[in-house]
Design a protein around this ligand. Structure first.
Ligand SMILES: NC(=O)c1ccc[n+]([C@@H]2O[C@H](COP(=O)([O-])OP(=O)(O)OC[C@H]3O[C@@H](n4cnc5c(N)ncnc54)[C@H](OP(=O)(O)O)[C@@H]3O)[C@@H](O)[C@H]2O)c1
Length: 242
């Protein structure tokens, strides 16, 4: 299968939650880690999140550092990567920052039967791609490869991470652990239950650990395509927010 290099990226609490159950998003990370994420974004051709994350967090999903945006432009790329999301319900607002922020293309994958209404709802804000049957991540990454995406960064949430892991479509996991507990059963977890390729008998390879202030980054190699040299590592030498 021709597919992009896929990096899963997220931050979780010590007890494995991505967020609390409260309406307001919980900040897991710190400025040094946000800067690492920004570098990872700048190195990617596309950034993907699930529709729940679009609805709940309203993320912009843009490269923040002007220096990194200029470097991308100098390389003939858009200032930020292509944005990608997936929905089964079609419940996405054209007013969300995912669609309104950034002069970059936005792709929405969904089942065939919701595609027409969703395309009408989103208008010129996005390209809606209807897929037959139930939407599989494998079909999405194949389509992204056809569109020229060589590196895909998946920024969550847990429902999306679970599918990429269970379908064995990820090359690398960058998991940040924040130094606190959430302790709420209704809060979203890093992953949902599933049959994962990595078990006690087939262990994933820990490629790197990196303290970033009060959080720690764990990098796992999940495929033979894993690229040990991570440009985001050198970015940590720069002050946060540069
Ligand atoms: N700490 C972090 O690093 C981090 C990062 C990102 C998100 N988060 C948090 O994670 C939470 C959201 O995570 P989540 O697991 O609930 O949701 P999610 O993964 O963001 O999105 C799930 C939604 O995506 C759509 N979807 C996913 N796979 C699909 C498929 N195969 N076919 C069709 N639609 C599909 C569905 O949308 P529809 O419902 O529209 O059908 C589904 O409900 C939020 O609280 C957010 O703050 C944390």
């Amino acid at each position: 299968m021709n597919r992009p290099y896929v990096v899963l990226s997220c931050a979780m609490s010590l007890d494995g939650y991505l967020d609390s159950a409260a309406p307001r998003r919980l900040t897991m990370s710190n400025p040094a880690d946000f800067d690492r994420v920004d570098q990872l974004r700048a190195e990617s051709d596309a950034i993907m999140v699930g529709a729940s994350t679009v609805r709940r967090d309203d993320p912009r999903l843009l490269v923040r550092s002007e220096e990194r945006r200029l470097l991308r432009l100098a390389a003939g790329k858009t200032s930020s990567p292509l944005k990608v999301t997936v929905t089964g319900s079609g419940d996405l607002s054209p007013g969300s920052a995912f669609f309104t922020e950034g002069d970059v293309d936005k792709l929405v994958y969904c089942p065939h039967d919701v595609a027409r209404d969703l395309a009408r709802q989103l208008g010129s804000e996005a390209t809606v791609i209807g897929l037959p049957g139930s939407v599989a991540m494998a079909d999405i990454v194949c389509d992204l490869a056809r569109r020229g995406v060589g590196r895909l960064m998946v920024e969550g949430g847990g429902h999306l991470h679970t599918q990429f892991l269970v379908e064995d479509l990820a090359d690398e996991l960058q998991l940040v652990v924040a130094p606190f507990f959430v302790g709420e059963s209704r809060a979203p977890r890093f992953v949902e239950p599933g049959h994962f390729p990595w078990t006690a008998r087939r262990r994933a390879t820990l490629a790197e650990t990196r303290p970033l202030g009060d959080v720690v980054l764990l990098r796992y190699a999940l495929s033979e395509r894993f690229e040990p040299v991570c440009a985001a590592a050198s970015a940590q030498q720069r002050p946060a927010g540069s």
